[in-house]
Unconditional design. Structure first.
Ligand SMILES: [Zn+2]
Ligand SMILES: [Zn+2]
Length: 340
């Protein structure tokens, strides 16, 4: 099969590799669509923290936001899976430790992250393997494009749910990339009053199209120093945003952190003490995947406007360098069809 691998910083190789075979408990999937995200850019550029801790070494086969059709199953797996469209969790816990046994497989110390850490090739290939217990069936009512958005959507849904807000409460989202815009869509579906701030004018246009109630530039949020939100989600990669978040939320409110900046973001911890704030970190989509599937399947959230273009494996390196396609639409998410 064909696979794309990062072999050194800024160096990609696309080549024929041995075909995969489903082992005990696994599904073999023909990949139909893959999203690329900030993590892939970091892995490509050699900047991902996992390289420094040797959790990831070259070559890395990218791709952790994906959908495809099951073509065969390993022993112990029902053949009923064959022909079904599936996506999968990225975080494969060991299944034996205390965290795995209490359902927090995504926090397992010895977890594999598909397409990110060593040892499990990602979906930028003709085929991918997924253990049955980490596979999710995708209902027919979800398009292929939307299905490849389930992984980022799981992260966004968890972020919105972590705010604890109910109808009509005010949520500010900092960052209008894929995670921020998807969070805005879930927040709208939950009937929150949704405010979003982003630097890119095209992203703000898109937020408007999605029906977000109030849209700002980051500078506008910085210059209005009032506390005026019940909760704030930082979905940016800007190290100054967590500080801004704790300064804009009402006393007693919540700040949810899902963005990761390249450099540490420092906050004055006296602020959350004196304002009685709750700060929550969100790692991984895992507990949010089924919820995201349900929102997409019911039509309550449709993420397709967030997709800018669908490219072949050959064009991936160019986009990871930060280029955009000639016919790219304004959405922040680039999709890959490995069959092209
Ligand atoms: Zn991702
Ligand atoms: Zn474990």
């Amino acid at each position: 099969m064909k696979a794309l691998r990062v072999i050194a910083p800024h160096q990609i190789e696309i080549k024929e590799v041995p075909d995969l075979v489903a082992d005990i408990g696994q599904l073999l999937v023909d990949v139909e669509r893959v999203g690329i995200c900030g993590t892939d850019v970091e892995l490509y550029a050699g900047e991902m923290a996992y390289y420094r801790s040797s959790r990831t070494t070259y070559p890395v086969q990218l791709g952790h936001e994906w959908v495809g059709t099951v073509v065969s199953v390993g022993s112990g797996v029902s053949s009923g899976w064959i022909g079904k469209r599936v996506t999968g969790d990225t975080m494969l816990g060991c299944g034996k430790c205390e965290r795995c046994l209490t359902g927090k497989t995504y926090l397992c110390d010895s977890r594999i992250e598909i397409g990110i850490t060593d040892g499990w090739g990602g979906a930028l290939a003709s085929q991918i393997l997924i253990p049955e217990k980490f596979a999710f069936e995708v209902p027919d009512s979800i398009s292929i494009a939307a299905a490849a958005m389930i992984e980022p959507a799981g992260n966004s849904l968890r972020s919105v749910e972590a705010t604890g807000l109910v109808e009509n409460q005010k949520l500010l989202i900092l960052g209008a990339g894929t995670i921020g815009l998807l969070a805005a869509q879930f927040a709208l579906a939950k009937k929150l009053e949704v405010h979003i701030a982003g630097n890119r004018a095209t992203a703000r246009e898109l937020a408007k199209e999605l029906g977000v109630h109030h849209i700002y530039s980051i500078d506008e949020v910085k210059s209005n120093s009032k506390r005026q939100f019940d909760a704030v989600i930082d979905a940016s990669n800007d190290d100054s945003m967590p500080n801004l978040a704790i300064d804009r939320v009402y006393p007693g409110g919540r700040v949810v952190l899902i963005g990761l900046s390249e450099t540490p973001s420092l906050i004055d911890t006296r602020v959350p003490v004196l304002q009685d704030l709750t700060i929550v970190g969100i790692l991984s989509a895992s507990p949010g995947l089924q919820g995201a599937i349900n929102y997409f399947a019911s039509g309550a959230v449709n993420p397709e406007l967030l997709i800018s273009e669908v490219i072949s494996l050959e064009d991936v390196a160019d986009r990871l360098e930060g280029n955009r396609g000639e016919n790219a639409k304004p959405g922040p998410k680039i999709h890959v069809d490995p069959r092209l």
